[in-house]
Design a protein around this ligand. Sequence first.
Ligand code: AMP
Length: 175
Amino acid sequence: MNLADTIRTIPDYPRKGILFRDITTLMGDARAFRRSVDELVHPFAGAKIDKVAGIEARGFILGGAIAHQLSAGFVPIRKKGKLPHATIRVAYSLEYGVDEMEMHKDGVLRGERVILVDDLIATGGTAEGAVKLLNSLGAEVVAACFVIDLPELGGADKIRKLGVPVRTLVQFDGH
Ligand code: AMP
């Protein structure tokens, strides 16, 4: 099975010129979903991971499965205003403009070993914001895992430059 073949591409969504990589088809395929989770966690079996942090919303689905596989806790990183308890917030850059995301202040503890998860890394702005949140709470971001990398946009390299190893499974050219 080729994982890339299970990912649906939608041209001009949500805007003209964007090739939207839709992983709902991968997640709906039992073998592809299991293989993605297995391959993403493979290097971290036995790495004593305390928490998996998933980025809203597709990172919740993958991150929950990865946390279960690693016997780790799960912590959500959400768009601002959605979490009920005391939060910390960070601004992050999008292709056009900025947005803010949050996590609970007690979502991770100082010194905890965390894996960050999202479906796709493009410019890396979202993942960089998430790494900043986790680091500001004193967590050690052991790795950042994504099913899809768009290497031309440089996001994975940006995260590696922060000292965080990046694991991805499928690469697509272009945006
Ligand atoms: P970035 O911050 O530029 O790395 O963008 C990553 C975030 O935007 C992830 O949460 C992705 O789900 C989403 N995203 C960006 N580009 C695409 C794309 N071409 N297809 C699907 N999702 C994307």
